[in-house]
Design a binder for this molecule. Structure first.
Ligand code: LLP
Length: 414
């Protein structure tokens, strides 16, 4: 049984010590992904940003900062967090969607560059802060992703300024003396083929020819990871020989001095570094199906319910049992609350511990306390293999107290 990159005994020990549900993250895997990607970005002046929406637990952000990465932040909350954690504002791109005037002011005060994806916002920015440096997000009219919900380019996408409206961007910039120092695009998430990544990159490079004083081009994130056993990892050699090589030629020929190329992956750095541990609370056989019910649910890992996403599930307690077919379901009162359907897993018994793999991206960051189930605990595995609990799971009683206090109700009885 592969529980890459974790040792099953360590996971079992963590579940015993900290209870379930618990997310576990492996620092060494994050570092490995960063190093791997850097190794294939040779010969271009590159800056990696981390799309923190994938996972914003503080130790992970510390790793990113220490590794010299900047940040793609998309909300005032994300921005506040990374400023407090010591990221250099010069290396933060603020890409909030449907930005408000208040957010815009906040970003200016913080000294971060804004990434603007709407003509009307660019106009308001110019009218309020003429003369500012700004990045413009284009929609290259190419989109891709592992599910329709994560495609962020193309005609149906709300993101970015359609590339054919670039003339209007330049007009507005000229009118308000805005300096377009960056061009950005992000076409979607979970992309495993370099051809698609390249077709979009080609559009932004072409567009960048019409902008004179660029400091950076940001080709976005979107790099996929293999979740299913039959999926192959992104071919980084092909990535380097097509996309990186073309970018290298482009940078050499662009008139802007010191032009930097940015990538901003989220999933690629963190997905495989995380696992969600849970205990089987119920085995139920009906006429046609066997359900394995867990002590966690869609509130803690929404991806299967939201995107029909595949996460490999391992039986840590009985890894060598005879495989049986299960619907692995959660403890939330929704029929969308499942982790796997018709999945063969070594026979599960009530009380067994399971590991739901590749849950380090868009797991905890996409979680909720729906049905008033407190969030999982989180454990961080340091590079020397030592686990450290970094976030406690609240008991139901603590959770109810915190909830009441949010409403200013400090006593339970009214
Ligand atoms: N940059 C921008 C502007 C983004 O909107 C995103 C993700 C990224 C970068 C990072 O994309 P990545 O490298 O992680 O693919 N919840 C979905 C993914 C939604 C991604 C949203 N934007 C999932 O669990 O599959």
């Amino acid at each position: 049984m592969s529980t890459h990159p974790f040792h099953p005994d360590l996971l079992t020990q963590i579940a015993a010590e900290h209870g379930t549900p618990v997310y576990v993250y492996d620092e060494a895997t994050v570092m490995q992904r960063i190093d791997e990607l850097k190794a294939h970005l040779t010969g271009i002046p590159v800056r990696l940003l981390y799309a923190m929406k994938a996972n914003h637990c503080p130790p992970l952000l510390d790793v990113m900062r220490r590794a010299g990465l900047g940040i793609d932040a998309v909300s005032p909350g994300e921005l506040q967090l990374v400023l407090r954690l010591g990221f250099d504002p010069a290396h933060i791109l603020y890409s909030a969607n449907n930005m408000t005037d208040e957010e815009m002011r906040h970003a200016v005060e913080a000294g971060v560059t804004m990434n603007i994806g709407e003509l009307s916002r660019l106009e308001r920015l110019g009218a309020t802060f003429g003369g500012l440096d700004v990045c413009v997000r284009i929609n290259p009219q190419i989109g891709a992703g592992h599910h329709a919900h994560v495609v962020t380019g193309g005609d149906r996408s709300k993101f970015g300024i359609p590339v054919e409206q670039m003339d209007r961007v330049l007009d507005i910039a000229a009118r308000y003396d805005l300096r377009i120092v960056g061009l950005h695009q992000h076409i979607g998430s979970g992309i495993l083929d370099t051809e698609t990544l390249w077709s979009a990159a080609a559009v932004i490079l072409e567009t960048a020819r019409s902008v004179e004083h660029l400091r950076f081009i940001n080709v976005g994130g979107g790099l996929g990871v293999p979740y299913r056993p039959d999926e192959a990892p992104l071919d980084l050699e092909a990535f380097e020989s097509t996309i990186v090589a073309s970018i290298r030629d482009f940078v050499a020929s662009h008139p802007s001095e010191g032009l930097e190329v940015r990538f901003e992956p989220g999933r690629y750095f963190t997905a495989e570094s995380g696992v969600l541990l849970s205990r089987v609370s119920t085995i139920k056989t009906t006429g046609s199906r066997t359900f394995a019910g867990l002590d966690t649910g869609m509130g803690h890992l929404l991806r299967p319910a939201l995107y029909d996403a595949w996460h490999t599930i391992c039986n840590l307690t009985r890894p060598h049992g005879t495989p049986r077919t299960y619907d692995v379901v959660g403890n939330v009162c929704e029929s969308a609350d499942f982790f796997a359907r018709d999945r063969d897993i070594p026979e599960l018994h009530e009380g067994d511990i399971v590991a739901i793999l590749d849950a380090g991206a868009y797991g905890m960051s996409l979680s909720s306390t729906y049905n008033m189930r407190p969030l999982p605990a989180e454990v961080w595995i340091h590079p020397d293999g030592t686990p450290e609990r970094i976030r406690r799971r609240l008991s139901a009683s603590e959770f109810a107290t915190a909830y009441l206090s949010d409403y200013g109700r400090l006593t339970a009885a009214v």
